[in-house]
Design a protein around this ligand. Sequence first.
Ligand SMILES: *Cc1c(COP(=O)(O)O)cnc(C)c1O
Length: 366
Amino acid sequence: MKWKEQLLNLTPYQPGKSIEQVKKEFGLDKIVKLASNENPFGCSEKVLFTMNQSPSFFALYPDGYATELRSVLANHLSVEEEQIIFGNGSDEIIQMISRALLGPETNTVMAVPTFPQYKHNAVIEGAEIREIPLVNGEHDLDAMLAAIDENTAVVWVCSPNNPTGNYVNESSLLSFLKEVPEDILVVLDEAYYEYVVADDYYKALDLISQFKNLIVLRTFSKIYGLASLRVGYGIANPETIRALEPVREPFNVNKFAQAAASAAIGDQQFIESCRQKNREGLEQFYAFCKKHGLQYFPSQGNFILINFNADSNEVFQFLLEKGYIVRSGKALGFPGSVRVTIGSREQNEGVLEAMEQYLVKQAAAL
Ligand SMILES: *Cc1c(COP(=O)(O)O)cnc(C)c1O
């Protein structure tokens, strides 16, 4: 078979272990999954009534233009309907952007470590990848600028960055955008936007009219608690959206997702309360790290990367056996760390207790 050469060394996404798998493997009856930055508080109850549907609902294709959701979202964000593109998760928008702009003659610039799907899709398209190391968990925007040349097609900025939780501040982002040539698409991935509380965080949507080459990605998978339904979106100038639309599959966002996302937008109280509880949860982790002298990055997301100065797979395994699924930093580019999703207060207490046991064991082994 004549597979693209670049596929031969590419491994498919490795999902974390499922709750059922872990229960079985370790004979546990309670498992807490803090591995994929899902919302520990679920989703708004307003979503639930949209799920009970008649047979004709299932038989008909979804609205390929997501008319209702588009209108609700445009209104909520105060943008034009023509400025939005929907994806089967923002993962799919990353794929669409890559498909539309990347190929063997182009290169693409991104941070490392960052969200792995930018690179993954660039590899599939055969583009050259220029990875610029983070500095103290933050994007090195100057070095990213320096890496741009006439063959650069897409630059990726993840803010807050997964897996560090750091963000780009307003003045840095502005000076960066002013320097990026107008014919290079800047993708600003704000999957954790609703969790951000930093005062010097920019207002991405206000920048779109100023910078025609900017697209902002957001999702219903994180704070909105709808990861299973797969819906994300991009916001850009209408010309950018028009150029991307032919790449989009006609019925890419299913009916449940559209109905659920529309309903979820209507419950901003739920979002506010999750943002608040997430900050309180982060404080639990910060206090723990300070108490034990563990390094971490202050996070604007709903996760924290903690440096255990140990083999992260070992930390991962220890926590797993106690019923807590986290992400080992090894696959994320931080081999001494684990990334933990902020859970409910009780879940946080539980995982911190297990981490404490790990530290005791580690100290005893020295
Ligand atoms: C989770 C995540 C996404 C993907 O979200 P979906 O909308 O579920 O595809 C995109 N970017 C970042 C940085 C993420 O952490």
